[in-house]
Design a protein around this ligand. Structure first.
Ligand code: CP
Ligand code: NVA
Length: 327
């Protein structure tokens, strides 16, 4: 999809420089829209009339990247993104820094604030991010925690906008583990942007109540519809977007067997997708487990946009870094 240059606000009336992204719900819809519009422009490369503005926009700046869990996409896209904007990124695995040996989050936040210009953290507890943010005087970006995955959902929104030309009014079905970081963040991101969303999950895997309530509030503000069901077939009826995620998230490996059993009826396969709109798109943040949450014919089939989605991590995050870090 192409976007008119006028849709990229040159001087937004809101201030994003210095703003952290711990939870998508902390950002206003117009701020998220601003990031998405810049991401669309950045993806055009030299074809964009804004190219010169982005080139070297983060020259001399450094992003610290703290990882407590493994990553392919998040690590590589943030590192490449910083490089493409003229800055650099430093990979900090918690096993290799003093944080992993018990140095406090508060001290680490204050020390890193003296060296780097922003920090991205992938961690277990959301509280690690909020405590770090409280003691850091630089922007802190959530690169996934047990509750949320905002930078992935920015890329998902970008991918949907790119393929469908809009977000408002579209219908999206999330099928599977409704209580994980992806389900939670999609609930917030979709309702914030005015998309009708249905989550289909077993009773034991429904979204966390306070997050669902927040999404309901956002749906009321945007005019979106929000539904929860245990029936994946009803959820998929007529939808424009089908999305799923792994049944066992990082850190839940001990529960794998029980989860597989519980979530088996929620597999995204040809039968399930036959209820969706004829031009539906399939998304998955990856890594995927073919034969578990999704069959190979769906994820490798004509409706799947998962590799555009993975690529869009780079563009969406560059736009986010530009928004919160550029001078
Ligand atoms: N989707 C995603 O966050 O992938 P990684 O775990 O590889 O970073
Ligand atoms: N829900 C998954 C997302 C991986 C990118 C996990 O937390 O493992």
């Amino acid at each position: 999809m192409s976007i008119k240059p006028s849709e990229v606000t040159p001087e937004p009336c809101f201030q994003l420089k210095g703003k952290s992204m711990l939870n998508l719900a902390d950002w206003a819809p117009e701020e998220v829209e601003y990031v998405l519009n810049h991401a669309i422009e950045m993806k055009k490369g030299k074809e964009s009339p804004f190219y010169s503005r982005y080139e070297n926009a983060l020259g001399g700046q450094t992003l610290g990247m703290i990882f407590e869990k493994p990553s392919t996409r998040t690590r590589v896209s943030f590192e490449v993104g910083m490089f493409q904007l003229g800055g650099q990124a430093i990979y900090l695995n918690t096993n290799d820094i003093q944080l992993g040996r018990g140095e406090s989050i508060e001290d680490t936040a204050q020390v890193l604030s003296r060296y780097v210009d922003a920090v991205m953290i992938r961690t277990h507890a959301h509280e690690t991010l909020t405590r770090f943010d409280q003691y850091a005087n630089i922007p802190v970006i959530n690169g996934l925690c047990d509750l949320y995955h905002p930078t992935q959902v920015l890329a998902d929104l970008l991918t949907i906008k790119e393929h469908k030309g809009k977000l408002q009014g579209l219908r999206i079905a999330y099928i599977g583990d409704g209580k994980n970081n992806m389900a939670h963040t999609l609930l917030l991101g979709a309702t914030m942007m005015g998309m009708d969303m249905t989550v289909a999950s077993p009773d034991d895997d429904l979204p966390q109540a306070d997050i669902y309530e927040k999404a309901k509030e956002m749906a009321t503000q945007s005019g979106a519809q929000l539904h929860l069901t245990t029936d994946p077939h009803a959820a998929t009826k007529g939808v424009d977007v089908v999305i799923t995620d792994v049944w066992t998230s990082m850190g839940q490996e001990d529960e794998q067997e029980a989860r597989m059993k519980r979530l088996e009826p929620y597999q995204v396969n040809t039968d399930l997708c036959s209820h969706a709109a004829t031009d539906y798109i399939f998304l998955h943040c990856l890594p995927a487990h073919r034969g578990e949450e999704v069959t190979a014919d769906i994820i490798d089939g004509g409706h799947s946009v998962v590799f555009d989605e993975a690529e869009n991590r780079l563009h969406a995050q560059k736009a986010l870094l530009y928004a919160v870090m550029s001078r």
